[in-house]
Design a binder for this molecule. Structure first.
Ligand SMILES: *[C@@H]1O[C@H](CO)[C@@H](O)[C@H](O)[C@H]1NC(C)=O
Ligand SMILES: *[C@@H]1O[C@H](CO)[C@@H](O)[C@H](O)[C@H]1NC(C)=O
Ligand SMILES: *[C@@H]1O[C@H](CO)[C@@H](O)[C@H](O)[C@H]1NC(C)=O
Length: 165
């Protein structure tokens, strides 16, 4: 319960991240709804801070816009799952759910990437057939991994050298 109540404490911070690429007006409108939700869950009580935050710490190193969409998409799904089990007769619960659902759809690309991660997490690497496929794809994976801006630069300097010849 402490975990659940604490997550509301950080909901507003998550919404601020969304505010950067969504409509910051939404945030102002939701403030009151979130306050009511905090009251429902006693989320302003001091014990909520025990053990530190559950989401906000994890967000610290996700700085690039497209990266952030991936982790936020997952976090929003978790809020939606939680709110789905919360009393939906309350207007503020419905309102927050609707806004989160809209925001989640607006970062559809992030959701697809989360699905990719989920798919990978479920792959049975102990399965011989999977292992054979993995080995078959290893070179391509490494090629993708080493395909960095540095190698692009190297290619460019190589072609420059070729030009001078
Ligand atoms: C909130 O606190 C009140 C009073 O301490 C308590 O009766 C209620 O069960 C608490 N609700 C939650 C969700 O923790
Ligand atoms: C963020 O990255 C820094 C440097 O890699 C690391 O020391 C720190 O533990 C990371 N923070 C989190 C919350 O993962
Ligand atoms: C919400 O709950 C219903 C019924 O328990 C379920 O069918 C639905 O998939 C849930 N939706 C989400 C977003 O978790």
């Amino acid at each position: 319960m402490t975990c659940q109540t604490y997550s509301f404490f950080v909901l507003s911070i998550v919404m601020i991240y969304f505010g950067r690429f969504g409509n910051s007006l939404i945030l102002a409108q939701l403030q009151n709804d979130i306050d009511q939700l905090k009251a429902d869950f006693n989320s302003s009580h001091s014990d909520v801070a025990d053990g530190g935050p559950i989401f906000t710490d994890k967000l610290a190193n996700w700085t690039e816009r497209n990266e952030k969409r991936i982790i936020l998409s997952q976090i929003v799904s978790m809020y939606l799952e939680m709110l789905n089990n919360t009393d939906k007769s309350k207007a503020h619960v419905r309102h927050i759910s609707e806004e989160l659902y809209t925001l989640k759809n607006s970062i559809g690309d992030g959701s697809k990437k989360v699905e990719d991660m989920m798919y990978l997490a479920k792959l049975q690497m102990s399965d011989l057939k999977i292992q054979r496929k993995a080995v078959n794809e290893l070179f391509n994976v490494l090629h993708k991994l080493l395909e960095t801006p540095t190698s692009t630069k190297r290619k460019r300097s190589q072609s420059q050298r070729r030009c001078r010849c």
